[in-house]
Design a binder for this molecule. Sequence first.
Ligand code: FES
Length: 125
Amino acid sequence: MEELLDIYKTISKKEVTIWFEAAKVSDFPKNGGACIKYKDKQIAVFNFERKNTWYACQNVCPHKMEMVLSRGMIGDQNGIPKVACPMHKKTFSLDNGKNLDGDLSPIATYPVKIENSIVYIGFAE
Ligand code: FES
């Protein structure tokens, strides 16, 4: 179980060494998420159109290790963009990964950039 989480580490924009071409903007639902794969990682990518911002995080929920966060509802909690896990509704900040309604481990978050209608996710390796 622990190893599953070990492969996910938050990457800040300045740490990025590779921008992975994930998919076209039009492949993602508006105000929703989709899962992409990068090597052994499943990454949830969210098009938060209401805020005109994109977010990416690990797809695995640290509650029961389910690969489900890309199917979570996104929203806003006092200005903090968040995703609610579809299983038991635990919520996580999409800014820094913090569990907003409990003391679960934070989720790893990744930078996203859009260029020429293509979505790129930043990794460091
Ligand atoms: S598996 Fe995500 S809240 Fe339980």
